[in-house]
Ligand binder design. Structure first.
Ligand SMILES: *[C@@H]1O[C@H](CO)[C@@H](O)[C@H](O)[C@H]1NC(C)=O
Ligand SMILES: *[C@@H]1O[C@H](CO)[C@@H](O)[C@H](O)[C@H]1NC(C)=O
Ligand SMILES: *[C@@H]1O[C@H](CO)[C@@H](O)[C@H](O)[C@H]1NC(C)=O
Ligand SMILES: *[C@@H]1O[C@H](CO)[C@@H](O)[C@H](O)[C@H]1NC(C)=O
Ligand SMILES: *[C@@H]1O[C@H](CO)[C@@H](O)[C@H](O)[C@H]1NC(C)=O
Length: 460
């Protein structure tokens, strides 16, 4: 019965993908400056990935070096090899190990390309306060791509996830999927082979895995975009405020087309009344429709902060600093508590991680907002609740979050021993893939999801 339903949708998708294509507004993120986001017109194109992944890297002519280690994660590595050959060697090895851990855990359908640099960040990419410890680094999706979900809402998907859906047609991809940059000027990082890890050191590999998961889509869009320095109210991503370099007409009046969620946000819910955050987004988006224009950003902000919708946004800030108020809903009524205990609100940490205390001393320690000090990949016992059986730094609940987002988890018992065995037989069906050329086993709800998105990729 299920199969029939899916075939029906496949047929529909065949009809709809023939619609004349249009251009989508993608968003390219700036790694070290969250205020800088570029709108990017990304025309709908036929899937280039089918032509073979070996040609993927061709467009990048590079002083960048590709680390040859792994078919499913390709790393373009930049480092100051001239001045720091030893350090670069260690960093490169760490990237290789991390690529192996991630590709042993996740079953990528299409290779992920990571632009990774280990360089001086302060002065080059951002200004740093010399009296404070330098930043460790950051990673994130290089491009967010709008796709219409099967609940009718358009969300900004990280490119690495869009690639896994193998859509026949999709907005144009950026050259790389994940941008990652780490600070080579600090002594905080501990590398494999170094003397014993110090009390204030963090294992570089653990930091990398944490950041890569953000790059894959472990990321909420809720933040205070309108008042970054003094958070007062939270909204999803204001994609209507970004300007597009190659679209001069965009510099004119602002059309309110709504705040946009990321796929992660779809599964967030308030604990007190079980209300999905998506319905709060809906309420906030009733502020205006696209027939209303604002002369400039200030005019928009003034009107918005004066609106009844803004009260919802202020309440969201309140929720985000109240412990246990927001959860990520997993299948089977399982919950993944989200970080909402930091007071004051901490942009980049609040809502973008698992709850610190809930995941302390547990195998899901990795996505807490602070990296564990004096802990190495080789021995996670002091941080994972003294569990000798589960040696993967990515915990079972964290994997479920990634699975809900649309990644496929490998059933790799050597590395990953969960107490709840993945119920393969119940959840997976043998289905014809959309390309029609091969038969693949795919999570049925994911397939539905994908097919629906194929039909309705957003046309701006
Ligand atoms: C990769 O990152 C470096 C910064 O380290 C940047 O200069 C370069 O443009 C990036 N390449 C791509 C293809 O995004
Ligand atoms: C847009 O909003 C205006 C003013 O609030 C309203 O008059 C109009 O009917 C709305 N248009 C649509 C298409 O909803
Ligand atoms: C805000 O609302 C008040 C009362 O409704 C109104 O008098 C004022 O002009 C509004 N301000 C802006 C900037 O819209
Ligand atoms: C984790 O374990 C350590 C040592 O056993 C203990 O001091 C700490 O309070 C525990 N943390 C939590 C959140 O249970
Ligand atoms: C970890 O578990 C072992 C045995 O399973 C026990 O001997 C040891 O004391 C435990 N360590 C901590 C810190 O709880």
């Amino acid at each position: 019965m299920l199969t029939k339903y899916i075939l029906f949708i496949s047929l529909l998708s065949l009809i709809f993908v023939k619609l004349p294509s249009a251009r989508s507004q993608c968003v390219d993120l700036n790694l070290f400056d969250h205020t800088q986001r570029h709108g990017k017109l990304c025309p709908q194109i036929e899937d280039s990935l089918k032509k073979g992944s070996s040609s993927l890297l061709n467009p990048i002519d590079a002083p960048l070096e590709q680390i040859e280690n792994n078919n499913m994660i390709q790393i373009l590595f930049t480092c100051d090899e001239k001045n720091k050959p030893e350090l670069c060697k260690k960093a490169k090895l760490a990237f290789q190990n991390v690529a192996n851990v991630i590709s042993d855990t996740l079953d990528f359908k299409v290779p992920i390309i990571i632009n990774a640099s280990f360089t001086q960040i302060c002065g080059n990419f951002m200004n740093c306060d010399p009296t404070k410890p330098g930043p460790l680094g950051a990673a994130g999706p290089s491009r967010l791509i709008p796709l219409k979900d099967d609940d009718g809402k358009t969300r900004l998907y990280p490119q690495s996830l869009v690639k896994q859906f193998k859509l026949e047609k999709h907005p144009e991809f950026s050259e790389v999927d994940i941008q990652a940059g780490f600070n080579s000027e600090i002594s905080t990082f501990w590398f494999r082979g170094d003397p014993e890890i110090g009390v204030d050191q963090v294992d570089f590999e653990l930091v990398l895995i944490h950041e890569f998961l953000h790059g894959l889509g472990f990321l909420s869009s809720w933040d205070d975009y309108l008042s970054l320095d003094n958070p007062t109210a939270l909204t999803p991503f204001p994609s209507f405020l970004i300007t597009t370099d190659d679209l001069s007409s965009n510099i004119g009046p602002i059309k309110f087309t709504g705040f946009q969620e990321y796929p992660f946000d779809r599964y967030l819910s308030l604990t007190k009344d079980n209300i999905p955050l998506s319905s709060i987004t809906d309420k906030i988006n009733q502020f205006a429709n696209s027939t209303t224009t604002f002369a400039n950003e200030k005019e928009f902000t003034d009107a918005f902060t004066n609106s009844s919708q803004y009260l919802e946004c202020k309440q969201m800030l309140q929720n985000s600093i109240t412990r246990n108020s927001i959860v990520f809903k997993l299948p089977d009524d399982d919950l993944y508590p989200i970080e909402t205990s930091l007071v004051p609100y901490k942009s980049g940490s609040t809502l973008k991680h698992g709850d610190y205390d809930s995941f302390s001393n547990s195998t899901d320690f990795l996505m807490r907002w602070k990296s564990p000090r004096q802990v190495t990949m080789e021995n996670l016992l002091s941080v994972n609740g003294n569990d000798t059986n589960y040696i993967n730094p990515i915990g079972p609940k964290t994997l479920k979050v990634l699975e809900v987002l649309g990644y496929t988890i490998k059933n790799n018992n050597n590395k990953v021993q969960t107490d709840n065995e993945v119920k393969q037989d119940d959840n997976q069906h043998n289905l014809q893939s959309t390309s029609g050329t091969e038969s693949t086993t795919i999570h049925s709800s994911t397939l539905l999801h994908v097919l629906l998105m194929t039909i309705t990729i957003l046309l701006f």
